[in-house]
Design a protein around this ligand. Structure first.
Ligand code: ADP
Ligand code: MG
Ligand code: ZN
Length: 476
């Protein structure tokens, strides 16, 4: 019998802080500035240059630590992490080692190992075939990114599935967005996640050998990459093989996993305390300022959605744990006083099914259009199936729901004009078996008749009207 395996996942997340200047110098952060225009002797690692820690970055890191329930150190130290790579002009990265700013903490039941401050490396750009000089491929370095403040968040290995990892990262993102400390955009690299993955016999409390998937740059790829690595390890283990500890790359296009380096090639970073920086002494005033800067975290927002708009617990979480979706929801609710919040939440689920991870505010469906659609449906001017069709059109082309309904003849069919009555009559005549079952007391069989009417009307009939007409015509 093959043992049943359980996945174990831990995430290491890098977050670029949205300060005005870099971590250890006065250069501004780059948002698409021409390459190598935002540099100075400090971030270029020139001899004699001295770093000074960015107070605002420390403030942001404390906010993150507080929001995640970490224990904040009153004394924490910067270390040099030594390695040689073209994107690192000093030959070391200033990071934190055994005395990080924050330890422990928890988010949605997943405990955190630590949260620390460091600086980003510069950006190495491989020119590929077009950049060949003397026959060899060239790479260039943009030092604008070098020295950008980063917070690294490390979880305990407590995630259990690719879906959970994605959901959890979505909540972390919403938390960081509500703190306004980062853009947290995976595509743009202001949020980067490495996933550590292992399998173990289900029920075992020991950890298996892990591999590390580097830098997945979207929520979808993170989920797919972890799923692919779980599948790979499962095949190996089921064949009686063992997992080698290594760093891997997941190619989202081919779905392939390739090795970047094995454990033997792992580097010794020769950490030592950064002699040019004093330790961070966290004062009561710094803690108070960080605490006061925290506004509304996703959990509190979810509770407010329940209280203020009468949302179900599930809907409230679904919205509040996705920052942009929650903002969009609040815009839709604000369009008209008294509009049904739960209905909007339900239709936002429909919208998400169509636009995925895209920010709804960037979609073609305006909050006004969304509100109008929900109102048309609530007023039974549009049936639910027809409403979904209207939404398809809005997602593709934009516009306002009332005109889409008008142009495409998607308005609800009520029984006033007699047309619906006739269609109901046909449905009854066409399915004597269902009629017999309904008459025999099987109330569920009425669904077959309703379904027939819906098909005939392409979903435009009003469900309540149809059921009533069927009952009337059958005299029950
Ligand atoms: P390393 O020393 O290789 O960096 P750490 O112990 O610092 O490993 O853990 C790094 C990350 O890997 C953390 O997010 C942790 O939760 C996760 N992790 C550690 N061991 C495992 C394991 N056996 N399976 C899955 N994830 C793990
Ligand atoms: Mg590590
Ligand atoms: Zn600089």
């Amino acid at each position: 019998m093959t043992p049943d395996f359980e996945p174990v996942i831990g995430l290491e997340i890098h977050v670029q802080l949205k300060t005005r200047t870099k971590m250890f110098c006065g250069c501004e952060l780059s948002f698409g500035a021409p390459p190598n225009t935002l540099t100075c002797p400090v971030c270029l690692g020139l001899p004699g240059a001295l770093p000074v820690a960015n107070a605002r970055a420390i403030h942001f890191a404390l906010m993150i630590g507080l929001a995640l329930g970490c224990e904040l150190a009153d004394h924490s130290v910067f270390h040099r992490k030594n390695y040689f790579y073209p994107d690192l002009p000093k030959g070391y990265q200033i990071s934190q080692y055994d005395e990080p700013l924050c330890r422990g903490g928890e988010l949605a039941g997943v405990r955190l190992h630590r949260v620390h401050l460091e600086e980003d490396a510069a950006k190495l750009i491989h020119l590929g075939a077009s950049g060949r000089i003397h026959g060899s491929e060239q790479s260039v370095v943009d030092f604008n990114r070098g020295g950008t403040p980063l917070v690294e968040i490390v979880t305990e290995p407590e995630l259990r599935s690719p879906e959970q990892a994605r959901e959890w990262l979505t909540l972390l993102r919403a938390t960081l967005r509500s703190l306004a400390v980062s853009d947290v955009n995976m595509e743009e690299g202001s949020l980067r996640a490495d996933a550590n993955v292992s399998l173990r016999a289900a029920g075992s409390s020991e950890l298996g050998t892990k591999t590390e998937l580097k830098n997945m740059n979207s929520f979808r790829f993170l989920e797919r990459g972890i799923a692919a690595e779980i599948a790979r390890q499962r095949v190996t283990l089921e064949a009686g093989g063992s997992i080698e500890q290594e760093t891997l790359h997941f190619d989202p296009v081919s779905g392939e996993i390739t090795s970047l380096r094995s454990k033997e090639e792992a580097q010794d970073y020769r950490y030592f305390p950064e002699p040019d920086l004093v330790p961070i002494a966290t004062t009561v005033a710094m803690l108070r300022a960080a605490r006061e800067a925290i506004v509304e975290l996703p959990r509190a927002r979810a509770e407010r959605f329940e209280d203020e708009y009468g949302l179900s617990v599930d809907s409230a979480h679904l919205l509040a744990f996705r920052f942009e979706l929650a903002n969009y929801f609040e815009k839709v609710v604000a369009v008209r006083e008294g509009i049904d919040g739960q209905q909007i939440a339900n239709w936002l689920t429909q919208l998400v099914a169509r636009i995925g991870d895209q920010d709804p505010a960037q979609s073609k469906v305006t909050p006004e259009a969304m509100a109008q659609l929900v109102e048309l449906i609530s007023a039974r001017a549009v049936s639910a199936p027809a409403g979904r069709e209207v939404l398809d059109v809005l997602v593709r082309e934009g516009g306002d729901p009332a005109s889409v309904v008008e142009q495409r003849g998607l308005g609800a069919l009520h029984d006033e004009d007699g047309a619906l009555e006739a269609i109901v009559g046909q449905a009854i005549a066409a399915d004597p078996a269902a009629v017999q079952r309904v008459r025999g007391g099987n109330d569920k069989a009425i669904g077959a008749l309703v379904g027939a009417v819906m098909r005939e009307t392409r979903g435009r009939a009003d469900g309540a009207d149809v059921t009533r007409l069927i009952r009337e015509q059958l005299g029950i």
